[in-house]
Design a protein around this ligand. Structure first.
Ligand SMILES: *Cc1c(COP(=O)(O)O)cnc(C)c1O
Ligand SMILES: [Zn+2]
Length: 449
């Protein structure tokens, strides 16, 4: 593998194909069998450190742009392109917030609950971790134009990085399915936006064909380089826990890129001997977009050493098509019914002894209000993790003294409409609406009591 002395190559995840391609090629699926591609490393050439704590030394290095990046600080673990091609705008400066107040509210022991707030990224979501890697690869291959289908955050992140590297970019969105806080970013950053009459899954299908026809660089999470950047979210969690691995990582599941990346991160850390055990992974769907939960829990679909039963997936999707099904949830970032990384996610669930759960929107918005009250706030999709955690504590899947890291994928201000509606319209037990007062001092004073 890894021809010409390179440390990395692209490899088909189908074990019966396992074709390899070097990183100078732009591919979003295996040209031989159509399956997803992985980035695999020749670790002797990639040169990872002997101890994972080695990376901590770079943390203070603000004068080196790669050390300063919360992604590229770990560059030996995603060693697919030379340093001079790497793009960085300060992504990954995110924190793991130990949150004992929320833990108490959920009945957990102090010190056990941590919230990894990825809203602190330059465009306000975890997508920047992936985009910095994808655009570094785009520069490596000399791409001049990029595109994505988006529920919002991918477009904001793409537009920001495209702007930073001087690439053109086009965003494909479904009509009425995007939070305007997110779209406003893409428009502000100069992204060319095309609104398709359809949902995210329709956009995803169209953009793949558009990119192939017009030779445009696709930055959705079918792009295997994106997932390499997203591995670093897990590296940072381990780092912030003092190089210890949590018992559980909980992540919302949309297109399943993040969950896939997390499983790969832990598999690689373990195989390199940099960690001694792998945490369990919980992937949370919204009930109105529950493809993974259905396939994993009800149809028992498994990774099966790479031989996933495609007929189960085909039958499930045929049924969605027959019902003319379109996913619906207030958590727009996970309103996806045909997740492109499904198989890689099944692999992650296999590696991490994972569980999958679907939670209703009412629980998502309540959990979001709790994160707002006790923590740094987040967007609806991110709060699905806390809603899922509550269920898993309730049914004993997670014990109150286990350490848990919930990945809060996006910033609180991404989708203010959901928040305002929740509070103003008294939609749940944590609603906190404004109180109306007449324009009169004594009346106002009375309301202050
Ligand atoms: C993209 C996104 C998700 C879904 O992540 P996948 O990797 O597609 O499963 C969840 N939350 C937010 C805020 C997102 O932007
Ligand atoms: Zn293949």
């Amino acid at each position: 593998m890894a021809s010409k002395g390179e440390a990395a190559c692209q490899k088909c995840i189908n074990p019966d194909c396992a074709a390899e391609f070097d990183c100078s090629q732009t591919l979003v699926k295996c040209p031989k069998c159509g399956e997803l591609l992985d980035i695999v490393y020749d670790w002797n050439k990639a040169n990872p450190p002997e101890h994972i704590s080695h990376f901590a030394r770079r943390w203070a290095g603000r004068d080196n742009r790669l050390d300063f990046s919360g992604v590229w600080r770990f560059r030996e673990l995603l060693n697919f392109c030379p340093d001079d091609h790497k793009v960085s705008i300060g992504e990954g400066q995110t924190i793991l917030q130990q949150n004992d107040d929320l833990a108490a509210e959920l009945g957990m022991q102090p010190g056990c609950l941590h919230l990894q707030y990825e809203g602190l990224n330059p465009s306000g979501s975890f997508k920047d971790n992936g985009m910095t890697a994808a655009f570094s690869h785009a520069r490596l291959v000399g791409a001049t134009a990029s595109a994505c289908a988006s529920t919002g955050n991918t477009s904001a992140s793409m537009a920001l990085y495209a702007h930073a590297c001087g690439l053109k970019c086009t965003v494909f969105i479904g009509s009425g399915r995007i939070a305007f806080g997110k779209l406003s970013q893409a428009m502000d950053f100069g992204g060319h936006t095309i609104q398709i009459r359809g949902d995210f899954d329709d956009c995803m299908r169209q953009v793949q064909d558009v990119c192939t026809r017009l030779n445009i660089y696709l930055v959705n999470s079918v792009n295997p380089f994106r997932l390499e950047g997203q591995k670093t979210i897990m590296f940072r969690i381990v780092e912030q826990l003092g190089w210890r691995v949590p018992d559980w990582v909980i992540v919302p599941g949309g297109n399943l890129g993040n969950s896939s990346a997390f499983g790969k991160a832990f598999a690689e850390l373990k195989s390199l001997g940099l960690i001694d055990r792998i945490p369990r992974l919980a992937v949370i769907n919204a009930q109105g977009a529950r493809t993974l939960a259905d396939l994993y829990n009800d149809h028992n679909l498994r990774w099966n050493d790479g031989r996933v039963d495609q007929s189960v997936i085909d039958a499930y999707y045929a049924d969605l098509t027959a019902k003319n099904f379109s996913p619906h949830t207030c958590a727009s970032a996970i309103e996806i019914s045909r997740p492109v990384n499904l198989k890689k996610c099944l692999r992650a669930l296999d590696v991490c002894n994972g569980v999958v759960l679907a939670v209703p929107d009412e629980e998502i918005v309540d959990a979001k209000a709790l994160v707002g009250r006790y923590g740094l706030g987040c967007e609806p999709a991110s709060a699905a993790t806390v809603a899922g955690l509550r269920h898993m504590l309730g049914n004993g899947t997670i014990e109150p003294e286990e350490t848990v890291a919930c990945v809060l994928t996006g910033h609180q201000l991404k989708d203010p409409n959901v928040t305002v509606t929740y509070h103003k319209d008294n939609m749940g037990p944590f609603s906190n609406p404004p109180v109306e007062a007449p324009n009169d001092l004594e009346s106002i004073i009375r309301l202050m009591q």
